[in-house]
Design a protein around this ligand. Structure first.
Ligand SMILES: Nc1ncnc2c1ncn2[C@@H]1O[C@H](COP(=O)(O)OP(=O)(O)OP(=O)(O)O)[C@@H](O)[C@H]1O
Length: 342
């Protein structure tokens, strides 16, 4: 599914036209119940102070994937995350973690999170911070487990240093360790790389991928960084004014929204009448051009061959045809009207 909630689209991530997420559970070959989605958000609505903030939000996150959760400021991402963490209850709809309703202790035990504020105690060591959070999750305080997660985030050597002495990048790694200390199935991360330097960002990204792929966790990443999301997320959902307006894998999004710009370069100027003909053919999607260059966004697989054939028929010598795949940022900006009032 790509475009949602009346802006277009077919609903591949939904089971029906009412915006329901596909079933989180089904039977395996022996008829046992199998959880297919680690996070399921099914037609959630939420009002705050009389304003409709979430208007029927549906998406799902699978085990072993990093899922990008995008949207402009005020779209409702934090509100959705708060519902997933059981901090707000939805007015309508249902959200579950590993099949358990998000309002239950069972769901809370299976999710780890890093929010805006890393929530670490500056005066406590890395190890003490983790032991404290492990107790909150009522997990036995096990030195072995603490060492294991500190090793995972490459802070084993700083186990006894106070969190207050850590750089922002190290703090984020410690916050990730804290989120993982009780061995959850699901990680929810709100802008985990914001405000840290590029090399620390790379480390956090690698960790997210490692946690999802190698440790088979579901990682839901809320981010404004399109490049980051494009690099590491298998699938995404874009929220705009409380509605999911775009969702699916990057390949699915490209298929629906167009595969990017194509450039045709000719060795001589394109005859003016031919240029006018191409320009007036709406499905060619001509964007701009110069004497011997045509830039267009093909509306179907046949567009580029049709343009090339039209040029060849008129004797234009084609030097080069190149295609640039649409970036996530281009697709995002074509659908999200940032800065416009809700
Ligand atoms: N407690 C609240 N009471 C009333 N309105 C609220 C409350 N919390 C959030 N809102 C409003 O709900 C809308 C969605 O806010 P939310 O924080 O979920 O957006 P967001 O997508 O996380 O934005 P950002 O990217 O800026 O963090 C905003 O218009 C915000 O002003």
């Amino acid at each position: 599914m790509v475009l949602q909630n009346g802006r277009d689209g077919t609903g591949a991530d939904r089971a029906d036209g009412a915006g329901r997420a596909s079933e989180a559970r089904s039977g395996d070959d022996e008829g046992n119940l199998v959880v297919e989605h680690s996070i399921t958000v099914d037609n959630i609505e939420k009002s705050l102070q009389g304003r409709d903030i979430l208007k029927g939000v549906s998406f799902s996150v699978r085990q072993g994937e990093v899922f990008g959760f995008l949207g402009p400021n005020g779209a409702g991402k934090t509100t959705t995350i708060r519902i997933l963490l059981g901090l707000y209850s939805p007015d309508a709809g249902r959200a579950s973690i590993m099949g358990a309703d998000v309002t239950t202790d069972q769901a809370r035990q299976r999710v780890g999170f890093v929010l805006d504020d890393d929530g670490l105690y500056d005066g406590a060591s890395a190890k003490e911070n983790l032991a404290y959070f492990a107790r909150i999750y009522q997990q036995p305080v096990d030195d072995e487990r603490i060492t294991q997660v500190l090793r995972l985030v490459d802070l084993e050597g700083r186990a006894d240093s106070k969190a207050g002495t850590f750089s922002r990048g190290m703090r984020q790694r410690l916050a990730l360790a804290r989120a993982l200390v009780h061995d959850p199935d699901v990680l929810i991360l709100d802008e985990p790389t914001s405000g840290i330097d590029p090399s620390a960002q790379i480390e956090i990204r690698e960790l997210m991928v490692d946690i999802a792929h190698d440790r088979n966790k579901a990682v839901m990443l809320s981010s404004h960084n399109m490049d980051e999301v494009q690099k590491i997320c298998a699938r995404i959902a874009v929220l705009d004014r409380g509605e999911v307006v775009l969702s699916g894998s990057l390949a699915e999004l490209r298929e629906t929204m167009g595969s990017g710009m194509v450039t045709v370069r000719t060795s001589e100027p394109i005859p003016a009448d031919l240029y006018e003909e191409i320009k007036s053919t709406a499905e060619f999607g001509l964007q701009d051009s110069s004497e011997n260059l045509l830039h267009f966004s093909p509306s179907s697989a046949g567009t580029t061959p049709d343009i090339v054939a039209a040029l060849a028929r008129r004797g234009a010598r084609i030097e080069e045809v190149t295609r640039n795949e649409a970036s996530l940022e281009e697709m995002y900006t074509s659908i999200v009207r940032e800065g416009q009032p809700a």
